[in-house]
Write a protein that binds this ligand. Structure first.
Ligand code: PMP
Length: 365
């Protein structure tokens, strides 16, 4: 069997270590996973009830167009239903964008480090990668605009950026969008949109009218707490959505997932309470990091990238042995760092206790 050669250059995605695997391997009874930016408060009770109600119809294919979810999200965002496309997680929307717009004899511009899937999908499609280093952990939009040329089809802006947690501001984004040629697609990946509290964060939905080359990605995996169900969506001009529909799989979001997403969307109280709790829990972490003199990037998300000034793999393994799974910075382009999902106050306590031992061990006596 001979696969297309270039797919072998696309790295296989390395997820955070699963809790059960760590329990089994290390013989631990309690393991806390702070590795995949999941919501530690779970999801809305209403989403669970919606799933229970949908169990009678498991034999039927889902609504391929996600129509009810589409109408409700359209109404929620103030856009037309035809401006939306749903995917098996926003991961799948990224794949659809790459499949629809990228190929040989094109290039695509992205930051580095940023979310890994832009790169992987670009490699699979055989496009040239133009990776622009972050500046102080933030997208360097000026350099990214300057990197665009005749062959550029797609530019990826992860805002807030994974893994740094930082944002580009409205002023920076507007200046950038003015420079991008109108036939180059700008992807705004806003997976962590609902966590952001900074007033300078751009509200991109109203920008769609002025910039018909924009697509905004959001997800039910993060603050809505439905990562297991795989629902994400793209919002863009109708022409872009209609292009993407040509490469969309027929039944790419499940019925239970659609029902749960609708119920979750309707429970904005849950979203607001998670955002509030996350900010407090983030402060619990940064207060301690400040006390220990550790540097970290200012986060507008539910994770934080902290510089422990020690070999990432070693620290990762030390924490693992204490029953805490984080994400090693070396796998994310930040050697010496760890990316830590913000947990509940109780989970954070345990993380900080474990981390304190690691940090103080390394301090000069
Ligand atoms: N974009 C970013 C920036 C992410 O961090 C993630 C999740 N790791 C995704 C997209 C994909 O999320 P999902 O497919 O669960 O919607």
């Amino acid at each position: 069997m001979r696969p297309k050669e270039r797919i072998l250059d696309a790295p296989v995605y390395q997820p955070g270590k699963p809790i059960d695997e760590v329990k089994r391997e290390l013989g631990l009874t309690e393991v806390i996973k702070l590795a995949s930016n999941e919501n530690p408060y779970g999801c809305s009770q209403k989403a669970k009830a919606a799933i229970a109600a949908g169990l009678e119809d498991l034999a039927l294919y889902p609504d391929g167009g996600s129509m009810e979810l589409r109408w409700e999200v359209a109404d929620f965002l103030g856009v037309k239903p035809d401006q939306l496309i749903f995917g098996n997680g926003s991961d799948e929307i990224i794949l659809m964008i790459a499949r629809a717009y990228l190929g040989e004899d094109t290039n695509t511009v992205m930051a580095n480090p940023t979310f890994s899937q832009y790169r992987s999908n670009a490699i699979i499609e055989g496009t040239e990668l133009i990776e622009v280093p972050l500046k102080d952990g933030v997208h360097d939009l000026e350099a990214m605009a300057a990197a665009i040329n005749d062959k550029t089809r797609v530019v990826w802006v992860c805002n807030p950026n994974n893994p740094s947690g930082t944002i580009v501001t409205e002023a920076e984004l507007t200046a950038f969008l003015k420079k991008v040629p109108s036939d180059v697609l700008v992807v705004m990946d806003e997976a962590y949109y609902e966590y952001v509290v900074a007033p300078e964060y751009p509200q991109t939905i109203p920008m769609l009218e002025a910039y018909p080359n924009l697509i905004i990605l959001r997800t039910f995996s993060k603050i809505y707490g439905l990562a297991s169900l795989r629902v994400g969506y793209g919002v863009a001009a109708e022409k872009i959505i209609s292009d993407l529909n040509h490469v969309r799989e027929p039944f790419n979001t499940g019925s239970l997932s659609q029902s749960a997403a609708r119920a979750a969307l309707a429970d904005q109280e849950f979203v607001a309470s998670c955002r509030e709790k996350n900010r407090q829990a983030l402060k619990q972490l940064t207060d301690k990091f400040d006390q220990w003199g550790l540097n970290y990037y200012p986060s507008q998300t539910n994770f934080i990238l902290v510089d422990l000034k020690q070999d990432s793999t070693e620290v990762f393994n030390k924490l693992l042995r204490k029953g805490i799974i984080v994400r090693s910075g070396s796998a994310l382009g930040f050697p010496g760092y760890q990316r830590i999902t913000v947990g509940t106050a109780e989970q954070n306590e345990k993380l900080l206790a474990a981390l304190e031992e690691v940090v103080t061990e390394a301090m000069p006596q």
